[in-house]
Write a protein that binds this ligand. Structure first.
Ligand code: FUL
Length: 510
């Protein structure tokens, strides 16, 4: 149950150290990831409220995964299409060597912590033997109609310790009920099957596409009913991106925003939105593709503030589904590295799609790219050059920043001369990558930071930025120095810096 508080109550309760908005379901403590805003709130109060909004336990777990994998597989794999019309013969679905373990293992080896399978794409073809339609693997020649792709993926994930998620397209171009109330029941029945037959499900992924079905009608999606159903059956799952827990970053390029706020205004006053939002479990509305979504000046633009973090989805190939003609267009390890810096390194979670081919295997091209990409990242991040650094400024307690634990932090006071951490590197070090992390259990608070190095008896700027959030990675021209300093120039309340790292990417020519 959601309680909506006025901001006055909310601030009072914050001071009392109590949760100011709550949602209760089995196994989880109170959350405070959503606050309804009283229109009379002052700008200062609003900033303080934003600074105290934190992820739900599900959102925190999901954020910490950093890398997740998408697997687009289905009837389109065999027709060469991206969007099937729901009319292709199920007999076309016939992978010759399907091995879900190979998919999940390749993902795991690349550092991917959770995998989402397209249980149903827009064509309506179901990868599990559902009772809700004949349009499924059950009527394909694969395993004589006895196969279940969803089960094979779920089992491989469980065996390899990888999270498991399902993509269930609300748009269904095959189901005869699409365009009527009965279809919302079909979705509930499909969710019931998917969420009760395969063990733990960690992410349910809804796309926003809402086209016409076989009768030429569009469907009014009953998202709120579906969310409630998911909460009941799999309370630990996050619901993305036409969902209330995880927001689409707004592009499918793999490059997120440099300024990425996980706390954003939602609802009526949001200039891009016509609806109102006073409950947390509401589908996203309005155009959330703006260049910045949660800056100080934007906080007042909604009915409510919500922890609503960004997921950056992109395919390793030009298409989401496998096409042989794209074998030579698999993204290079170098480009995947850039995507990593611009997704995970910009306070997002990367959702990288790798589509199995007609055999039902990841192709050698994709597997090779994944391997080299992982090797590159391991090489860059193997050695934090700050690990032996000594604090030389006013801030003495730098241990939490270097302990590799995102739950410990240094709380900056933001008083003059107190908002910087200065370190002696104990000898000259060469680097070109900065890593910063906030402890988002406290909130996302940093608004502007500057990272400097000591050269010719003065501080010079190596790099600077606005938001940090769960993780920020910045690349800059190679520097050799023995002293560095991080200054937080602007923040909401006291920022909690969790981690700091300096690395050298030898392959970076900049
Ligand atoms: C989109 C879909 O239309 C694409 O086919 C793909 O599934 C992508 C992840 O989401 O909106």
């Amino acid at each position: 149950m959601i309680n909506n508080y006025t901001v006055k109550n909310c601030l009072k309760r914050t001071l009392m150290g109590l949760a100011f908005s709550s949602i209760a379901f089995s196994g989880y403590a109170q959350q405070k990831n959503f606050v309804v805003i009283n229109p009379s709130i002052t700008e200062k109060e609003l900033v303080d409220v934003a600074a105290n909004i934190v992820p739900s336990p599900q959102q925190l777990r999901w954020q910490r995964l950093e890398l997740t994998g998408f697997i687009h597989f289905g009837i389109n794999t065999f027709t060469g299409r991206e969007w099937g019309e729901g009319k292709d013969d199920p007999k076309l679905f016939n992978p010759t060597a399907l091995d879900a373990r190979q998919w999940v293992k390749a993902c795991k080896d690349a550092g991917i912590k959770q995998v989402i399978i397209t249980a149903k794409h827009h064509d309506g073809f179901c990868l599990w033997p559902t009772k809700t339609t004949a349009y499924s693997v059950k009527n394909s020649p694969w395993k004589d109609g006895k196969g279940d792709v969803v089960k094979e993926v779920a089992d491989a994930c469980k065996e390899l310790g990888v999270g498991f998620g399902v993509y269930v397209s609300p748009w269904d171009r095959n189901h005869p009920t699409y365009g009527s109330d009965a279809y919302n029941d079909v979705m509930v029945a499909q969710l019931t099957e998917l969420l009760t037959q395969y063990g733990q499900v960690d992410e349910v992924w809804f796309d926003g596409a809402n086209g016409e079905g076989p009768n030429g009608k569009k469907q009014v999606y009953d998202f709120e009913r579906w969310y409630a159903h998911i909460r009941k059956l799999q309370p630990q799952a996050v619901i993305a991106v036409s969902g209330p827990d995880v927001r689409w970053v707004g592009t499918e390029t793999g490059h997120g925003r440099e300024e990425e706020w996980s706390v954003v205004p939602v609802g009526k006053k949001n200039k891009m939105d016509n609806g109102s939002q006073t409950k947390v479990d509401t589908p996203p509305a309005g155009d959330m593709r703006g260049s910045v979504l949660g800056s100080r000046s934007q906080l007042k633009d909604g009915d409510a503030l919500k922890w609503y973090p960004a997921e950056t989805d992109v395919s390793i190939r030009p298409g989401w589904f496998y096409h042989e003609s794209q074998d030579k267009k698999v993204k290079t390890p170098e480009y995947l590295k850039e995507i990593y810096f611009h997704s995970v390194g910009r306070n997002g979670v990367l959702l990288l799609n790798i589509p199995p081919d007609k055999r039902g295997l990841f192709s050698d091209f994709d597997v090779a790219a994944l391997k080299e990409w992982r090797a590159k990242l391991d090489e860059i991040f193997k050695d934090n050059l700050l690990k032996n650094a000594k604090a030389i400024g006013k801030v003495k307690k730098i241990k939490p920043l270097l302990d590799g634990n995102d739950a410990t932090h240094h709380l900056f006071s933001m008083k003059e001369n107190d908002n910087a951490v200065e370190m002696d590197l104990k000898g000259e070090k060469t680097f070109n990558v900065l890593l910063l992390q906030e402890n988002i259990r406290i909130g996302q608070r940093v608004e502007k930071f500057v990272f400097e190095y000591w050269e010719n008896n003065q501080w010079k700027i190596a790099t600077e930025g606005t938001t940090i959030g769960f993780k920020r990675l910045l690349e800059f021209p190679t520097i050799t120095t023995s002293k560095v300093r991080l200054r937080i120039e602007s923040a909401r309340l006291q920022p909690a810096l969790a981690e700091m790292g300096l690395y050298f990417d030898k392959t970076d020519k900049k």
